[in-house]
Design a protein around this ligand. Structure first.
Ligand code: 87F
Length: 754
């Protein structure tokens, strides 16, 4: 085809000129491209439009030429080309020969432009088309292939992103052919398969896309750029009773894991260590914890998650009652005058407050806020209730929801716009009493994480910059997520000092008849705790729940085979039922899964995804021997046990699993905290997903400096102080702050964080 380019050139009609591109020489003649939807002709059509090559678009059914593949092109001179690439090549050549200033604008490196168009063809196009095609229904969904394509797409985008980091456009300062083809290719991928989390990782590509999408000629061919808010997988077909059963009977026992997944259609398509964010998004849905809702940042907590929240709630509720804290409930609405009373407290948070401004069609006379926390809701009433030292201490807690209209990327459990929590608000006559309570509560938070969720935490004090601005000091338990390398604030217990009592006039007559301001604390933990647990323990097969919070600790699954008579099958179910009852009687949260419309393989996957710690299987051989099998979710070990000993062994294993999970998480955490004495290696350590302990001068300026430098020196984002751990390594006299060189006051823990 290349030999006839000049002839074709002559045959092309005058063409419009893209305003943001160098003006091409008008080309003469015309060509028609016949295409179906989603067949790749978009790239050629866009390039043609932008570069002023006249290309008319016709639907495939109008085509009466000889080639079989869509799209196809015919020029006025009888020239033809077929297939997306063939047509793109033709257009590119046409544009290039007609006006090289457009495809390779002045100031660009021609080799670079060509390299990026080759890259588009060889690395970007296939995964972009596969993912958006599968999600859009044009290509049959194959979850394995989809996962691979999505990974490849992200890798390719990462390359584009890295290149754009140094340049305005792929070819240099002006948009070139490479920018057009890359943008056109990514258009459907941005609409369907690159969700906000994926896009967060490629800010330069997003910039290129929005720039290109603003281009009139691009818009006229490709339309408005739509960005997907989440990947919507086509609904997987629920296993049909009859076919599932037949498959199960056809297959003998112990299918290989891969086969099992194929058979059941269950399983995660993204591996945790390949794309942590995507893995987490999948695991919380596949693990039956949440469902998405039609308001961004709001999630449905399904029974499987809510039951875990209830376990934590029950523990904590009992413990605080033992400390004489009483439960109560305050309204969820707060007036502007009260909310804004404590200026320091609200200043930073104001943008996140949600307001009710209307009822029906009528605007409210004064808008009311939805509680983001209840200090300002409760304290005006504390002022009324507290008159004398005899009214103290006042120790109240409420279990409720709060709303914070976050603008950062939402993540189920970790950052949502509405969440559940407990908030404790106490008032004492003295600071000493407050101090004691702050630490009692912090230790309960530590226990929630370590004893229940099997997640190790670092208890410590927040820096001045990171503490709750309305209070005196903030204590925290900080967890670590190895998969993302981020720290996460687990829960906080604040001493508020007398700041709020001053503002809200919480005054009491002391023992000597004088007036004193109350000393106050507030403390809270949220449903985030659960998200941390899922992130820390989950694996490529789904959730891994610690026994202490698992709503079902042991799932009992009978494995009948096709040789068994109906009577024998019934007998097996009865035995399994008896085993379940014995487990329940021993205090094990257990359940029998005797559903006959699912195969054992399907059930294994199902309960694995949900993270059930122990699976108890009983097969035909077991039935003869009076035994059963126990399989651990956390390390996949299996053991045979007599049915008689089952409850005792399951109880032992629950303890063992709980302990092992904690130890494993602790080891992973400890291995990922590095000590550094200077800035050298700081960003490298963060990039290697580590937390960093350093000697520190304990000043806000140094924290700002670290924020600045870590942002500049890496694309992974800023680091901040997580806490000043209460357990401090020895600080040799004369040790200098790692960043300012001033005398160090303490060790501090740094990290990127949620
Ligand atoms: C968002 C909007 C408005 C956090 C907010 O930590 C106000 C706030 O006050 C706000 N986000 N906070 C701090 C909450 C402090 C404190 N409250 C009681 C707790 C634990 C429970």
């Amino acid at each position: 085809m290349s030999t006839d380019v000049n002839a074709l050139s002559d045959a092309l009609a005058n063409a419009s000129v893209a305003p943001m591109f160098a003006t091409p020489e008008p080309l003469k003649g015309a060509a028609v491209v016949y295409h179906k939807d989603l067949d790749g002709a978009d790239i050629a059509r866009t390039l043609a439009k932008v570069c002023g090559v006249s290309l008319t678009s016709m639907m495939w059914k109008k085509y009466n030429g000889t080639v079989k593949t869509s799209p196809a092109l015919e020029s006025g001179e009888g020239e033809s080309a077929s297939g997306a690439q063939g047509i793109l090549d033709w257009v590119a050549e046409k544009a290039r020969d007609g006006n090289r200033a457009t495809t390779h604008p002045a100031g660009s490196d021609p080799a670079m432009v060509d390299a990026w168009t080759t890259f588009e063809r060889e690395e970007l196009r296939e995964p972009a088309f596969t993912t958006s095609g599968m999600l859009g229904g044009a290509i049959a969904m194959d979850e394995g292939k989809f996962g691979e394509a999505l990974e490849a797409l992200k890798r390719a985008c990462a390359k584009v992103n890295a290149r754009l980091g140094e340049a305005k456009f792929l070819g240099g300062d002006a948009p070139s052919m490479a920018d057009v083809v890359v943008a056109a290719t990514l258009y459907p991928a941005f609409a369907k398969s690159l969700d906000p989390e994926a896009r967060d990782a490629m800010p330069n590509v997003v910039r290129l896309m929005t720039q290109m999408a603003a281009h009139e000629d691009v818009k006229s061919v490709l339309g408005k750029l739509r960005m997907c808010d989440m990947i919507r997988m086509p609904k997987s077909k629920a296993p049909k009773a009859s076919t599932e059963k037949k498959e199960g009977e056809k297959k003998k026992t112990n299918e290989a894991k891969g086969d099992k997944k194929k058979e059941t259609g269950l399983g995660l398509s993204t591996k945790r260590d390949e794309d942590f964010g995507a893995w987490y998004s999948q695991v919380v849905v596949a693990g039956d914890l949440i469902d998405y809702y039609d308001i961004s940042g709001c999630y449905i907590l399904k029974p499987w998650a809510y039951a875990q929240w209830e376990v934590l709630k029950e523990f904590f509720d009992k413990e605080i009652k033992a400390l004489d804290v009483e439960n109560c409930y305050f309204p969820m609405f707060v007036s502007a005058s009260r909310l804004e009373k404590e200026k320091d407290h609200i200043e930073d948070f104001a943008p996140e407050v949600a307001w009710v401004t209307r009822s029906g069609e009528t605007d409210l006379e004064v808008p009311i806020a939805v509680r983001p926390t209840s200090e300002t809701v409760m304290y005006p009433h504390y002022a009324q209730w507290i008159r004398s030292h005899r009214d103290l201490p006042l120790r109240l807690n409420q279990w409720c929801n709060v709303v914070r209209w976050e603008f950062k990327h939402p993540t189920p459990f970790i950052r949502s716009r509405e969440f559940l929590w407990q908030e404790g608000h106490t008032a004492y006559a003295t600071k000493e009493e407050c101090d004691v309570e702050v630490f009692q509560i912090l230790d309960l938070y530590r226990r929630v994480y370590e004893e229940y969720l099997a997640v190790p935490v670092v208890p410590g004090k927040k820096s001045e910059k990171e503490k709750f601005a309305g209070g005196l000091y903030t204590t925290t338990v900080e967890a670590y997520v190895p998969g993302s390398g981020r720290g996460v604030q687990g829960a906080t217990s604040h001493c508020l000092g007398q700041n709020f009592s001053k503002m809200f006039n919480i005054e009491f007559e002391d023992t000597k008849g004088g007036k004193s301001l109350a000393w106050q604390n507030s403390w809270g933990f949220t449903t985030r705790t659960l998200g941390v647990c899922y992130m820390v323990h989950g694996d490529d097969d789904g959730l891994v729940l610690p026994p202490k919070v698992a709503p079902i600790q042991a799932i009992v699954i009978p494995i009948p085979n096709s040789k068994l008579s109906e009577d024998e099958k019934k007998k097996m179910t009865d035995i399994a039922d008896g085993m379940t009852k014995a487990l329940k009687a021993a205090g094990v949260r257990s359940k029998l899964d005797a559903r006959d419309n699912y195969t054992p393989g399907w059930k294994y996957n199902h309960w694995e995804l949900k993270g059930v710690p122990l699976r108890v299987e009983i097969g035909a051989r077991d039935m003869e021997n009076g035994t059963c099998m126990i399989a651990r979710r956390d390390n996949r070990e299996k053991e045979s046990v007599s049915i008689e000993n089952l409850p005792k062994r399951v109880l032992e294993l629950c303890e063992q699993v709980q302990k092992d999970m904690f130890e494993r998480a602790k080891k992973a955490r400890d291995e990922n905290i590095v000590k550094l004495m200077s800035w050298d290696g700081f960003v490298e350590a963060l990039d290697a997903k580590k937390l960093v302990m350093t000697p520190w001068c304990n000043t806000k300026e140094s924290e700002n400096l670290v924020k600045q430098k870590s942002t500049k020196e890496s694309e992974g984002g800023a680091a901040k102080t997580l806490c000043i751990p209460f357990e401090q390594p020895a600080l040799e006299p004369g040790t200098k702050c790692f960043i300012t060189g001033a005398p160090a006051e303490c060790w501090v823990l740094w990290g990127r964080s949620y």
